[in-house]
Ligand binder design. Structure first.
Ligand SMILES: NC(=O)c1ccc[n+]([C@@H]2O[C@H](COP(=O)([O-])OP(=O)(O)OC[C@H]3O[C@@H](n4cnc5c(N)ncnc54)[C@H](OP(=O)(O)O)[C@@H]3O)[C@@H](O)[C@H]2O)c1
Length: 388
C-alpha cells in the first residue's frame, strides 16, 4: 500500500488524482491533503479518504474546518508551514505536487529533502529552480515522475531507446482556443474565452497559459531539467487533437510517439504506479472514428510567450524564475479583468528586461527573485497596462 500526500487536492489535478486513488484503494492510501480555500470539497475528500493531516490556506479556514469535522483526530494546519507539514508528513511515501505557481516551490523542495518520491504536476517550481531541484533529487535518491501528459509521454518513450540515440524531442501543443484567431481579434479576447480549452479541463492559470502558449514554453524548460536535453533538441509542434502527447525523433529518422485519450487520470495513474501499469476505466482512443491528426509549426508572432520562455532558458540563471513570476502576475491580472490578454507577453518581456540575470544558487534566492519579479510586474501593470 503506497501512502500518498496531495498538495492541491481540490484542484483539477488533485481531484483527478483522487479519482485514480478511489479506483485503486487496494494500492494507494491517502495520508495527507493540502488545499487552499475550497473547504466544502476538502471536507468531502476528508470524509471519503480519511487522511491523517490536512492543510488549508489560512488560519481562519483551518478554524472553520476544525469545526466542520470536530473530534476525528485529523491534524489540521494552515499556510505555507501547513503545506510543508503535509509535504514532509513522515508516513507519506509519495507526494503529488499539484499546487499552482510559485507557491509549490518550497513544499516540493522540502518533500524531496525529506526523502519523498514525487509525482510532479506543478511545473512552475521546475521552471524557477530546476537545477537545484534536480540536484536535490539526485542527492536524496528519490524518484521524480512527471504528471504533465507530454513529459509522462516523453518519459515512457525514453524507456525504449538510449538518450544518445535521440536527435529531437517533439513536444506537442494543442494550440489552445485561439489557434486560428486572427491577430486583430486578440485585443477583444475575454476571460471566458481564454479559459475554454478545446481538449482539457484544467485550472484557470494553466488554461490561460495554454491560450498564450506560455504553457508550452514552461514545458520546454520542464523537459530541459527533467531529461537533460539541450534546448536545440527540443521542438514544439502544434497538434490540435491532443492525441499524440510527444514524439522522439531518433538518429535513424524513426519516430517514437505516445498516444492516448486526453485525460490527466492516465499520466497521474502512471506516475503513482510506475514501474507497474494498472488498469484504467478511461475510454480507449476510438482510432477508426478519430478523424485526421494534424501537425503544424507554432506561430511565434501571434504567441510571443513561446519565444520569451526559450529566451529565458537560454539566458539561464535567475531569468526563468523572472519569466515564471511575471507570467503568474500577468495571468492573475488578466483573470480579474485588469489587463488585456494581449498585455500578458508585454508585461513578461518588460519585467525580464528590467532584470539583471545572475546564477541561481539557492531556493532562498529563487524565492527572493520571484518576489522581486512579482512586484516589478505588478508595478508595470499599475503604471502602464491596467484597464487599457
Ligand atoms: N490541470 C491540468 O490538466 C494540468 C496538466 C498538467 C500540468 N498541470 C499543472 O499542475 C498544477 C496544478 O494545476 P491545476 O490545473 O490542478 O490547478 P488548480 O485547479 O487551480 O488547482 C490548484 C490547487 O492549489 C490550491 N491552492 C491555491 N492556492 C493555495 C494556497 N494559498 N494554499 C494552499 N493551496 C492553494 C487550490 O486550492 P483551492 O481550490 O481549495 O483554493 C487547488 O487545490 C499547475 O502547475 C499546472 O501547470 C495541470
Amino acid at each position: 500500500m503506497k501512502k500518498i500526500a496531495i498538495l492541491g487536492s481540490t484542484g483539477s489535478i488533485g481531484t483527478s488524482a483522487l479519482k485514480v486513488i478511489e479506483k485503486h484503494r487496494d494500492r494507494f492510501r491517502v495520508v495527507g491533503l493540502a488545499a487552499g480555500k475550497n473547504l466544502e470539497l476538502l471536507r468531502k475528500q476528508m470524509e471519503a479518504f480519511q487522511p491523517e493531516i490536512v492543510s488549508v490556506a489560512t488560519r481562519e479556514a483551518s478554524e472553520v474546518l476544525q469545526k466542520l469535522c470536530s473530534s476525528n483526530g485529523i491534524q489540521v494546519c494552515h499556510g505555507s508551514q501547513g503545506l510543508i507539514e503535509v509535504a514532509t508528513y513522515p508516513k507519506a511515501e509519495l507526494v503529488i505536487s499539484a499546487l499552482v505557481g510559485a507557491l509549490g516551490l518550497l513544499p516540493t523542495y522540502r518533500a524531496i529533502q525529506a526523502g519523498k518520491n514525487l509525482a510532479l504536476a506543478n511545473k512552475e517550481p521546475l521552471v524557477m529552480a530546476g537545477g537545484l531541484i534536480m540536484k536535490e533529487v539526485a542527492e536524496r535518491g528519490v524518484s521524480l515522475l512527471p504528471i504533465d501528459s507530454e513529459h509522462s509521454a516523453l518519459f515512457q518513450c525514453l524507456l525504449n531507446c538510449k538518450k544518445e540515440e535521440v536527435r529531437r524531442v517533439i513536444l506537442t501543443a494543442s494550440g489552445g482556443p485561439f489557434l486560428d484567431l486572427p491577430m486583430e481579434r486578440f485585443g477583444q479576447i475575454t476571460v471566458k474565452e481564454a479559459i475554454q480549452h478545446p481538449n482539457w479541463q484544467m485550472g484557470r492559470k494553466i488554461s490561460v497559459d495554454s491560450a498564450t502558449l506560455m504553457n508550452k514554453g514552461l514545458e520546454v524548460i520542464e523537459a530541459y531539467w527533467l531529461f537533460g536535453f539541450p534546448i536545440e533538441k527540443i521542438d514544439i509542434v502544434i497538434h490540435p487533437q491532443s492525441v499524440v502527447h510527444c514524439l522522439l525523433e531518433l538518429n535513424d529518422g524513426s519516430l517514437l510517439a505516445h498516444l492516448g485519450t486526453p485525460d490527466m487520470q492516465i499520466p497521474i495513474q502512471y506516475a503513482l504506479s510506475f514501474p507497474e501499469r494498472l488498469n484504467s476505466p478511461i475510454p480507449r482512443l476510438p482510432l477508426t472514428e478519430m478523424g485526421p491528426l494534424e501537425f503544424r509549426p507554432p506561430d511565434k508572432e501571434r504567441f510571443p510567450c513561446l519565444g520569451l520562455a526559450c529566451r529565458a532558458l537560454r539566458e539561464g540563471g535567475t531569468m526563468p524564475t523572472v519569466l515564471s513570476a511575471a507570467n503568474e502576475v500577468a495571468v492573475a491580472s488578466f483573470l480579474v479583468g485588469e489587463v488585456q490578454f494581449l498585455a500578458i507577453p508585454s508585461i513578461i518581456e518588460e519585467t525580464m528586461e528590467q532584470h539583471q540575470c545572475t546564477p541561481l544558487s539557492s531556493i532562498k534566492q529563487a524565492l527572493e527573485v520571484n518576489q522581486w519579479a512579482m512586484e516589478r510586474a505588478k508595478a508595470l501593470i499599475n503604471s502602464k497596462y491596467k484597464n487599457r
